[in-house]
Design a protein around this ligand. Structure first.
Ligand code: HEM
Length: 347
């Protein structure tokens, strides 16, 4: 640049890149139309995000369990001729197309969340990037959903599709925790409000990690049981050739470890100087893991009726919510802080 003639050098220095210009335009629009603080709208969107992320696990489960996995036989169109289902495709077409449509609801919520957080992206990068992650997860899920259909419901791909949804539930939980704390900090006029608002010890933090890690192992092994079982989403869907009893036992064994770790954790948290939110998360974890274990056994011994399998999928979403809460309430370093109230000064 040192040999560049003066005017050209000025032009090079002054002209922002096209990307920068887009960001500047978004910045100006957000500055005028979007909130500069955490509002009830932000909180409402965070709640809607968590509910809808758990909800789409259930509707995705309904697709699989009603054998509607190929209700729309192709992707991104529903049929080679049409983007929507046609009356001849019957109830399977309606269910599969309904699930695809729900993706747009999720996308609208995630996009709105990024927009209302835009003015806070420098002062609260963690919350902002979680929201971006949730937004990017949607095209990611749409593509994997498409690959699921194009591979005629390959059980490894179906499992990946499901597991990504559970990761999104985990992210949505982290976001709701942070947004609700920020709203509370603002409402109560408090600074430095931490997510970890009570006593923790090496044991309680270690158990929170243990529950979280075993939880993901249990979830992963659950998808292998499903891939081996009868509910493939279509009569001709490929299945794993594993022994159903062995994989079910492999899935159930770490559940015992999880229950043991949860009971220990609950006792510890109740005996320590824990906050109300830490105690709530421990009770929630206990309830979720016991309920899910009971549903798991009943469905196993009653030949996997679809109603119970669907409930087990809802339970998976709740377990992920609970184990993320437990982890966050013991280990997070996030602190809600009102001192960055005037975001313009942080630009
Ligand atoms: C914390 C406890 C548990 C969690 C988080 C959990 C989670 C899961 C998950 C994620 C799936 C796969 C869902 C899918 O791919 O659509 C699954 C399937 C399954 N789980 Fe569990 N599970 C738990 C406990 C149990 C227990 C104790 C049993 C008892 C044997 C059990 C039996 C089953 C069976 C049979 C399936 C296959 C259902 C099907 O064919 O679709 N689960 N579980």
């Amino acid at each position: 640049m040192s040999n560049t003639p003066g005017p050209l050098k000025d032009a090079l220095v002054e002209r922002p890149s096209p990307w920068r210009r887009v960001i500047n335009a978004v910045d100006q629009t957000a500055d005028r139309f979007m909130p500069h603080s955490f509002t009830k709208l932000t909180l409402g969107l965070a709640v809607a995000s968590l509910i809808s992320e758990i909800g789409i696990i259930v509707t995705g489960g309904a697709v699989r369990l009603t054998q509607s996995g190929l209700g729309c036989p192709t992707w991104p169109r529903c049929t080679p001729e049409s983007f929507t289902n046609t009356p001849e495709m019957g109830v399977h077409g309606i269910i599969e197309f309904g699930n695809r449509t729900l993706t747009f609801v999720l996308a609208a919520i995630a996009l709105a969340m990024v927009m209302v957080l835009w003015n806070r992206r420098r002062s609260h990068p963690q919350v902002f990037w979680i929201a971006v992650g949730l937004l990017l997860g949607i095209p990611g899920q749409a593509i994997i959903g498409g690959i699921t259909v194009l591979t005629q419901l390959n059980p490894w791909v179906v499992a990946f599709h499901f597991l990504l949804s559970t990761v999104m539930v985990s992210f949505a939980t982290l976001m709701l925790n942070r947004v609700s704390l920020e709203v509370r900090a603002q409402r109560e006029g408090r600074v430095n409000l931490p997510v970890v608002d009570g006593e923790t010890t090496t044991w309680s933090r270690g158990l929170a990690w243990t529950i979280f890690v075993i939880g993901w192992v249990v979830l992963y092994l659950g998808t292998i049981v499903t891939g081996t079982g009868p509910h493939g989403g279509d009569a001709d869907a490929p299945r794993h050739g594993f022994d159903p009893l062995i994989v079910t036992r492999m899935h159930a064994f770490p559940v015992y470890l999880m229950v043991a770790a949860t009971v220990l954790f609950l006792i510890l948290v109740l005996r320590m100087n824990s906050s109300a939110s830490q105690r709530r998360s421990a009770w929630l974890m206990f309830a979720a893991v016991i309920l899910q274990g009971v549903i798991g056994y009943i469905q196993h011994f009653t030949g996997l009726p679809i109603g119970l399998v669907l409930l087990h999928m809802l339970g998976s979403g709740l377990v992920v919510w609970a184990m993320t809460l437990v982890w966050d309430r013991q280990r997070s370093s996030y602190i809600a802080n009102r001192s960055t109230e005037d975001v313009r000064s942080t630009r």
